[in-house]
Design a protein around this ligand. Structure first.
Ligand SMILES: [Zn+2]
Length: 477
């Protein structure tokens, strides 16, 4: 009897497949998958949050999205996003982002962060465990509410730790990793009291869990000691010594005019078998907190910048020496935009095959809303310096590969393949563009016609839907 049922099932199954109806079908789009190299007109069948079928044959769906003339690609994964509140997520979604993660520094309290996001998130989210927050706790001064970093001049930012304080940091980071963090985040430049030994100890802790370290390197500029070359070498050394994998954030701003030299160091480390990866964002201005140690004495010489290169994003006010002193010494963590780089330095960075795209998104900078569509508009369409396939690779598959160091679930992301998570962006390659500017940083990108997160439609005919919260937590092992 059993075998008969089996026989009937085997005979019927091709027929069943023919008449199968999917929850959603994306019909006739140009389907691009960087891992397999697929670039062809296909139909995509989606059911229960997964891509079930990719076929040149017609598919039936309860809903059909006509995608003729549009590109269908894996949703963009932003490894470096600070501002994760709803207001920010809305513009991220319209920029094609289906997953946004705070990896550079990490949220100060992982459990509280995950709880605050659950059921309220448009897109997928996650965080590293914060070394600056663990350090601040070890010095007895938790980071202030609303900030990620200790203020310049405090012991937590400036002083070397005792052996007991290093142990306290490690205990706190283990606790945060247990709560679901995706690795360890270090903003070394913001805590210049960090000793080389402390860096190695934090990498050791990440290696103990087989998790990566994400880092903003110790310094920028060419002046020795303390150059960007020395700073990249420091963290590559820590990765080599401990076996932890390493992701270096925003090479464009940390290395400026030396970005290609810094990328050469990373290529060398990789050629020696080290797991080192790197990201950049496509803007000339940086942004950070003005009362942070980033602006300790010497910042102008390092950056080649003046007070006038600093701008308050809310008002457009350019700073003077007096205004700078007032804000730098304040305990209020105000954001400031720093115009210290040029697009002549930034553009060639994206042609390097090692560089993936991440926004470093924060309130007040156009990179928050515009990074991903700017890559498509500026480099693929306008300059023609990156192919569409490579741009999509840098924005989906490469970050998914990095994320796979933290969680096996990342192997279902960044791919437009049968069995993958249905995080999908559908955009018009002729019109897609960023629109955010330094004056209007919240202007949403245009040209993303549809966005699916876990199979749920979030952007429909270019409009963000209300009351849909398909975003899920991405947790470490
Ligand atoms: Zn940074």
């Amino acid at each position: 009897m059993k075998s008969l049922v089996l026989c009937v099932a085997v005979v019927l199954s091709p027929l069943l497949a023919l008449s199968q109806s999917y929850d959603l079908v994306i019909q006739g789009g140009r389907v691009i998958d960087p891992e397999t190299g697929l670039d062809a007109v296909r139909n995509v069948g989606i059911s229960q949050s997964r891509i079930k079928k990719i076929s040149a044959e017609p598919l039936e769906g309860k809903r059909v999205i006509a995608a003729r003339g549009l590109v269908v690609a894996p949703g963009f994964i932003d490894l470096h996003q600070h501002w994760l509140e709803l207001e920010s997520q809305r513009v991220k979604a319209l920029d094609g982002v289906t997953t946004a993660l705070e990896m550079e520094i990490g949220k100060p309290d992982v459990a509280a962060f995950l709880q605050s996001m659950e059921g309220h998130s448009l897109i997928n989210y996650g965080t590293t465990a914060s070394h600056p927050a663990a350090r601040s706790l070890a010095f007895g001064t938790p980071v202030p509410q609303g900030s990620l970093l200790p203020k310049s001049g405090t012991a937590a930012a400036e002083k070397p730790p005792s052996p007991e304080q290093i142990e306290a940091m490690k205990a706190r980071l283990r606790h945060e990793l247990d709560a679901g963090a995706l690795g360890v985040g270090m903003g070394i430049q913001y805590t210049p009291g960090v000793t080389h030994w402390e860096v190695i100890e934090m990498f050791r802790l990440a290696a103990e869990r087989s998790l990566p370290v994400y880092t903003h390197i110790r310094s920028n500029g060419k002046i020795e000691p303390g150059s960007n070359i020395e700073s990249v070498s420091e963290v590559i050394g820590a990765a080599a010594i401990t076996g932890a994998s390493l992701h270096i954030v925003h090479i464009n701003s940390s290395c400026g005019a030396q970005a290609l030299d810094c990328l050469g160091l990373i290529a060398g480390a990789r050629a020696r078998g080290l797991a080192v990866t790197v990201e950049a964002y496509p803007y000339e201005a940086a942004m950070t907190f003005i009362n942070s140690a980033r602006f300790n004495p010497g910042w102008q010489e390092k950056s080649g910048a003046t007070y006038h290169d600093l701008m308050l994003p809310e008002t457009g006010e350019r700073l003077t020496k007096e205004r700078f002193e007032e804000l730098h010494n304040s305990s209020e963590p105000r954001a400031v935009v720093l115009f210290s780089n040029t697009m002549e330095n930034v553009d060639p960075v994206f042609r390097n095959p090692l560089v993936m795209v991440a926004s470093d998104g924060e309130k007040g900078h156009p990179r928050n809303a515009g990074t991903f569509c700017r890559i498509l508009a500026r480099y693929v369409r306008s300059q023609g310096t990156i192919t569409l396939m490579d741009a999509i690779r840098k924005m989906s598959f490469m970050p998914a590969q990095v994320l796979a160091r933290s969680t096996p679930s990342a192997r279902l992301k960044g791919r437009l393949q049968e069995g993958a998570d249905a995080d999908v962006v559908i955009f018009d390659p002729q019109t897609v563009t960023d629109r955010a500017t330094y004056q209007h940083p919240m202007e949403a990108s245009a040209g993303v016609e549809y966005l699916l997160v876990g199979g749920a439609v979030l952007v429909d005919k270019g409009k963000l839907l209300e009351g849909v919260f398909p975003g899920k937590a991405i947790l470490g092992r």
